[in-house]
Write a protein that binds this ligand. Structure first.
Ligand SMILES: Nc1nc2c(ncn2[C@@H]2O[C@H](COP(=O)(O)OP(=O)(O)OP(=O)(O)O)[C@@H](O)[C@H]2O)c(=O)[nH]1
Ligand SMILES: [Mg+2]
Ligand SMILES: [Zn+2]
Length: 338
C-alpha cells in the first residue's frame, strides 16, 4: 500500500495544532486532582489495550493516578507505552488522547502480517532478558541485538534464573556469552527468585527508561515484581512439555522506580521478525562489523570465499569473532528470499 504523502503545508498545520495543544497542556500540567476535567493536559502512556490506553498525568505523582483514555482513530495504531501525549480527561468516563509528542526513540517489530507495530517509545535501553532455562541460543540473542542496533537503541543483556544453573552450566553460559562484552554489550546476571544480582540490576536501571524484551518465560514480569513489589505484574508457568513460557504478558506496561527512571514489561515473543530487512541492513546490525563494511575488494562481496574480504581479514586478525559472522549468515538465510 502506498504511503499517503502530506504536503509541507499540511505538515506545518499539523505541527502548529499539536504545538498549541502541547503549550496549553503544559500550562495546565499539575497533580491529577487539581487539573479540571476537559482541559488539555500532558500525560504518559502506561499501556495500550486495543480500544483504550492508560494515561498517567505528567508530572508523575505518588501515589500514581492512571486514567483510561480513548484516542483519535488516526493515533490508535501509533500510541504505545512510553509515549508522551496531550489528552483531555473525561468528566465522568474515559478521556481522549489528542496528540503524540515527538519521540527520541521507538522500538517497533513486525506483526504476523508484516506490519511494523510500536512496542515502546522513548526508551533509553533495551534489556534483552535471557535465562538459564529456557536455554538461550546465540542465534536468538543476535537476532534481538540486530533489531535493537537497527533501531538505534542501546542494548544490555540480562541473564536471569541463575539459581537454576549448576556451577558447570553457569560456566558454559558465561562462555557462550563471552563475546558480547568484547563488542560493547554489558551483561548482568541475576535471579528474580533468590535476589542475587538484583541490587546491581536496580542500580543499572534507575534514572533511565528501559524495556525488558525476550522470549516468553525468561522471567521479565518476575523481574519487574522483584524490583517493584507493588507492580503486581502477572507471572506465568513454564510449559513442562516445551520448557517455554505461555505468553502470560499480553501488553507492554510501564512502571516507575521510586528513585527515578521507569521499566516497561513487554510480552514475550518467539522471534523478533527481521525479514522486512535487506541483507545490507542486517549486516549493519552486527556492530563490530561496521568499521570493515565497504572495505571488501568487491562491492557485492558476500563475505564467504571472495578474495580481499575485509570481514574475513578482520577475523584472521582476531578483530571479529568467527561465530558472529556465522550467526550473520544464519540470520541472512532465515530472513532473505533467495
Ligand atoms: N527459578 C527461577 N524461576 C524464575 C525466575 N524468574 C522467573 N521465574 C519463573 O519463570 C516463569 C515465567 O516467569 P514470567 O515472569 O511470567 O516470564 P515472562 O518473561 O514475563 O513471560 P511472558 O510474559 O510470557 O513473556 C515463572 O514460573 C516464574 O516463577 C528466577 O530467577 N528463577
Ligand atoms: Mg511477562
Ligand atoms: Zn567481504
Amino acid at each position: 500500500m502506498a504511503k499517503r504523502r502530506l504536503s509541507e503545508q499540511q505538515v506545518q498545520r499539523i505541527r502548529a495544532s499539536r504545538d498549541a495543544k502541547v503549550q496549553r497542556a503544559t500550562q495546565a500540567a499539575g497533580a491529577c486532582e487539581d487539573a479540571p476535567s476537559g482541559d488539555e493536559k500532558m500525560g504518559l502512556v502506561v499501556g495500550h489495550y486495543g480500544s483504550f490506553v492508560e494515561i498517567e498525568p505528567l508530572p508523575i505523582t505518588q501515589p500514581r493516578c492512571i486514567y483510561p483514555c480513548h484516542f483519535r482513530a488516526s493515533l490508535g495504531s501509533q500510541l504505545t507505552a512510553g509515549d508522551r501525549v496531550v489528552y483531555r480527561s473525561g468528566t465522568s468516563g474515559p478521556g481522549v488522547v489528542e496528540a503524540i509528542m515527538d519521540r527520541h526513540s521507538l522500538l517497533a517489530r513486525p506483526d504476523t502480517r508484516g506490519m511494523l507495530r510500536p512496542v515502546a517509545a522513548n526508551v533509553d535501553f533495551i534489556v534483552l532478558v535471557i535465562a538459564a532455562s529456557p536455554t538461550p541460543s546465540t542465534a536468538l540473542i543476535d537476532r534481538y541485538l540486530v533489531a535493537a542496533e537497527l533501531q538505534g537503541i542501546e542494548v544490555r543483556l540480562l541473564l536471569n534464573k541463575i539459581d537454576l544453573a549448576t556451577p558447570n552450566e553457569r560456566a558454559a553460559l558465561q562462555e557462550m556469552l563471552a563475546v558480547y562484552p568484547t563488542i560493547g554489550y554489558t551483561i548482568l546476571e541475576c535471579s528474580a527468585h533468590t535476589g542475587e544480582g538484583m541490587a546491581a540490576l536496580q542500580q543499572a536501571l534507575e534514572a533511565s527508561i528501559s524495556i525488558f524484551v525476550g522470549q516468553s518465560g525468561v522471567g521479565k514480569s518476575s523481574l519487574v515484581n522483584a524490583l517493584l513489589p507493588d507492580a503486581n505484574a502477572r507471572v506465568g508457568e513454564i510449559s513442562s512439555a516445551s520448557q517455554l513460557g505461555r505468553h502470560t504478558t499480553t501488553n507492554s506496561r510501564l512502571f516507575h522506580f521510586r528513585a527515578g527512571g521507569s521499566i516497561i514489561d513487554s510480552p514475550g515473543i518467539r522471534e523478533f521478525g527481521l525479514w522486512h530487512l535487506q541483507a545490507d541492513q542486517i549486516v549493519e546490525g552486527f556492530r563490530e562489523f561496521l568499521p570493515f563494511l565497504g572495505q571488501c575488494r568487491f562491492s557485492d562481496c558476500q563475505h564467504r570465499k571472495e578474495p580481499g574480504c575485509a570481514l574475513r581479514e578482520a577475523i584472521a586478525e582476531g578483530k571479529i569473532n568467527p561465530a558472529r559472522l556465522e550467526s550473520y549468515f544464519r540470520l541472512r538465510e532465515k530472513t532473505q528470499a533467495p
